[in-house]
Design a protein around this ligand. Structure first.
Ligand code: ATP
Ligand code: MG
Length: 227
């Protein structure tokens, strides 16, 4: 089993979408987790709903959750389309059991547990699960979970052979802009402290380290390695 996470920013990039399709089909059984960060920001701006981030996490209100859910649905349909009948959208709330991450972040969740039955059922039908980064608690409250964190939790629960983060950049860059061909888990803290890794790359490298610790075989960030 392999897991591929695709960033929202590249859903309209045909070259990247081709990579997604080829990767998931060639590496089947594979599951897709997607983000939709820029689409959600755009929608919130259009609807005059103010938002801000705290350490890379979008502080999430109940009102925002409705918009977020809709944008995930739209993103999912773009992705399932490329798999022409083979992609099956599953709302993350059916898979990720979430708990509130911190009182200051509102409805931002962290993964407490992964329910594997739904993706397993889809994979057994020879289809590709396409999963949104959302979790639900036992009372049915929904939480927004960073898509990288969601993908790593899914990969960890399946002890996936590989977790592939497909994103705008083709790899993690060093301070000179050169792709780092390999990063050890131990060097991640320093890369963040030195400001080499910033913004959305922070949850990616942290999730990568967590996935490896949970038994995932290897993690790829950017498509450089597989091309
Ligand atoms: N050292 C680095 N190397 C490469 N990219 C970096 C680095 N530090 C920060 N970044 C930024 O991280 C971004 C990737 O994270 P981002 O959260 O924007 O995308 P994503 O996770 O693929 O999409 P989404 O959040 O919608 O799921 C890159 O586009 C780049 O601007
Ligand atoms: Mg991101």
């Amino acid at each position: 089993m392999k897991v591929v996470k695709i960033g929202g920013e590249i859903l309209s990039d045909m070259g990247k979408m081709d990579i997604l399709k080829e990767y998931a089909e060639k590496n089947f059984p594979a599951a897709v987790v997607f983000g939709a960060g820029i689409q959600i920001s755009e929608r919130l701006k259009n609807e005059n709903i103010p938002f801000r981030f705290y350490k890379g996490e979008r502080i999430t209100t109940k009102k925002m959750l409705a918009v977020i859910t809709e944008e995930f649905r739209k993103a999912a349909s773009v992705i399932t389309d490329i798999f022409a009948g083979r992609g099956v959208y599953v709302e993350g709330g059916e898979i990720f059991v979430a708990r509130r991450k911190s009182e200051n972040l509102g409805f931002v969740g962290e993964v407490a547990e992964v329910k594997k039955d739904k993706p397993e059922e889809i994979l057994s039908q020879n289809k590709i699960p396409v999963i949104s980064p959302v979790g639900a608690d036992s009372s049915g409250n929904l939480y927004n979970i960073n898509a990288d964190v969601s993908a790593a939790a899914l990969a960890g629960s399946f002890r996936a052979e590989e977790l592939f983060f497909l994103t705008k950049v083709s790899g993690v860059l060093d301070s000179a802009g050169v792709i780092l061909s390999e990063i050890s888990a131990g060097s991640i803290g320093a890369l963040i402290e030195k400001g080499v890794v910033t913004g959305g790359m922070i949850p990616k490298v942290r999730s990568a380290a967590n996935a490896l610790a949970e038994g995932v075989g290897r993690v790829l960030i950017g498509e450089t390695v597989i091309l």
